[in-house]
Design a protein. Structure first.
Length: 101
C-alpha cells in the first residue's frame, strides 16, 4: 500500500518549479514532495513511512510529548490519513525550517 497520495508524487522538475515559486515559504507539503523525489526508490522507503523515521530523527528531541514512532506508524496502518500525520508533525513553521529543504 502506498501512503503518499499521487498529488505529492512529483518529478524533480516539478519539484524545482514548485520550490522556485515557494521561495522562503516552504510548507509541510513541499517537504513531503522533496522526500518523495529523493527517497521513493530507496530500498527502505516503505511506501512513504521512512519519511516519518527521518522526521523523528531530526525533530523528536524538540517534541518530548510526541507519541512514539511505532504508535504513529500503527495509526497509519489503521487507516489514519498519512498526510494528516505529516501535516501534524510539521504544523509549526519552525519545524519545517529546522527540518530544512
Amino acid at each position: 500500500m502506498a501512503y503518499v497520495p499521487d498529488m505529492f508524487k512529483v518529478t524533480m522538475e516539478q519539484l524545482n518549479e514548485r520550490l522556485i515559486v515557494a521561495g522562503d515559504e516552504v510548507k509541510w507539503m513541499d517537504l513531503l514532495m522533496i522526500d518523495y523525489v529523493y527517497h521513493h526508490q530507496d530500498p527502505n522507503y516503505d511506501n512513504g513511512l521512512s519519511f516519518l523515521d527521518r522526521l523523528y530523527k531530526k525533530l523528536s528531541e524538540f517534541h518530548p510529548n510526541w507519541e512514539p514512532l511505532h504508535e504513529l506508524k500503527d495509526s497509519i496502518y489503521d487507516s489514519i490519513d498519512y498526510t494528516n500525520v505529516i501535516k501534524n508533525i510539521l504544523r509549526k513553521p519552525d519545524d519545517v525550517l529546522y527540518y530544512g529543504v
